[in-house]
Write a protein that binds this ligand. Structure first.
Ligand SMILES: *Cc1c(COP(=O)(O)O)cnc(C)c1O
Length: 402
């Protein structure tokens, strides 16, 4: 056996077990999902699509891909599904390439207001190859101002309006988005990477019935393997499939597609809905506890698995807050807040998500301990070692890896 590998694996296992992960984009895939992703399907080349491959020996990978597709259709009520994108970014890349020519104008929320890198950031392919114009969140409410968005859309007449975000804690009004898109003749594209688990559980209003195309990751709230997904109306099916393969990718990762099939089945269960309810309850509870202790919650609340916390009234930057929390075993990431006065590397906020801790079964009691620890760490008001012990003992009460 490869001892170097085993040592590092074991260290990572310990790290995952001993820390409290509040990174909003992370989760713990089930053992069944991980076993599928580690399965012999990794050995198979299968360029093409079920029934139309460029390799022999594809009879079983055809079955597994069809299973993943039919389960995703059932889960999200989608007309067409492509399960081959290797990641969320690649799903977006394939959709843009399928639907846009480079001068086409696309409207999106910028990175520093909660959008994703692939929504037109200058350092990303999206901002380099495509023509993005941004709408923003309102300075006061820190939420999307749909009236303003509508006005801008009338001015720009974009080819598409993109919604679905990376650091936006409130529910998105997809019906309103559809209304705006129809009024100005734009395509409606939704990137539900963060909220796809909530959408699957019907605990966030649905985007699939409204949008022309929906992209997602499968590893965030959806709790599947690391990967991407595209759902669309039938009329875009051919274009999107051609864009993923042969346009953007070579052979699909059949082991990951197998794991997606397993994850979609899990997401169809009643247990999964209960899990998502816990995710939401924990996020609300954490937001209210942190607010009571004097931290400012961006937008004032959360409707999702995620909260954005402005740490500036504790005289901290996002960077410092992230470092202090991580040192004690609470893992978060710094995040810009809307109209942030600090530069992006420093920023004024932290982003907190409850998807991972809820997968460990943590509930109200754990949330109380976590919020107390966060406050004490950020205030620097208690002995560091005592807090570390507290976090370690909480983590050990909720083991995750079997
Ligand atoms: C996470 C995320 C992505 C990118 O997913 P990767 O799998 O990391 O490429 C794309 N869009 C949004 C909104 C995301 O939150």
């Amino acid at each position: 056996m490869d001892n170097n590998y085993l040592t590092i694996l074991n260290d990572e296992k310990n790290r995952q077990n001993k820390s409290i992960v509040l990174i909003a984009s992370e989760n713990y895939a089930s053992k069944s999902v991980r076993e599928a992703q580690g399965s012999i399907f990794t050995n198979k080349y299968a360029e093409g699509y079920p029934g139309a491959r460029y390799y022999g020996g594809c009879e079983y990978v055809d079955q597994i891909e069809n299973l993943a597709i039919s389960r995703a259709k059932e889960l999200f009520g989608a007309e067409h599904v492509n399960v081959q994108p290797h990641s969320g970014a690649q799903a977006n890349m394939a959709v843009y390439s399928a639907l846009f020519n480079s001068p086409d104008l696309i409207m999106s929320l910028p990175l520093d207001h909660g959008g994703h890198l692939t929504h037109g950031s200058k350092v990303n392919f999206s901002g380099k190859f495509y023509n993005f114009k941004h709408y923003e969140v309102d300075r006061e409410s820190e939420q999307i101002d749909y009236d303003k968005l509508h006005e801008l859309a009338k001015i720009f007449s974009p080819k598409a309006i993109l919604s679905g975000f990376t650091a936006y804690p409130r529910e998105i009004d997809f019906e309103r988005m559809k209304y705006i898109c129809e009024d100005v003749g734009s395509l409606m594209i939704v990137d539900m990477a963060h909220i796809s688990g909530l959408v699957a559980a019907k605990l966030h209003n649905d985007c699939v019935k409204y949008a022309d195309v929906v992209t997602s990751t499968t590893h965030k709230t959806l709790r599947g393997p690391r990967g991407g997904l595209i759902l669309s109306k039938k009329e875009y099916a051919k274009k999107i499939d051609k864009s993923v393969f042969p346009g953007m990718q070579g052979g699909p990762m059949m082991h990951t597609i197998a794991a997606k099939a397993v994850a979609f089945q899990e997401a169809l269960s009643e247990d999964f809905v209960e899990y998502q309810k816990l995710v939401l309850k924990n996020a609300k509870s954490l937001a209210s506890k942190l607010a009571k202790s004097g931290l400012r919650i961006v937008t004032g609340d959360t409707d999702t698995h995620m909260l954005l916390v402005d740490v500036s009234n504790f005289n901290l930057t996002g960077k410092l807050a992230e470092e202090r929390l991580n040192e004690s075993g609470i893992i978060v990431n710094r995040n810009t807040i809307p109209y942030d006065v600090n530069p992006p590397r420093i920023c004024s906020g932290i982003r907190i998500g409850t998807a991972a801790i809820s997968s460990r079964g943590m509930d109200e009691d754990a949330i109380s301990v976590i919020s107390e620890c966060i406050i004490q760490i950020l205030r620097n008001s208690s002995d560091k070692n005592i807090i570390k012990e507290k976090i370690l003992s909480l983590a050990s009460k909720y083991p995750i890896l079997d």
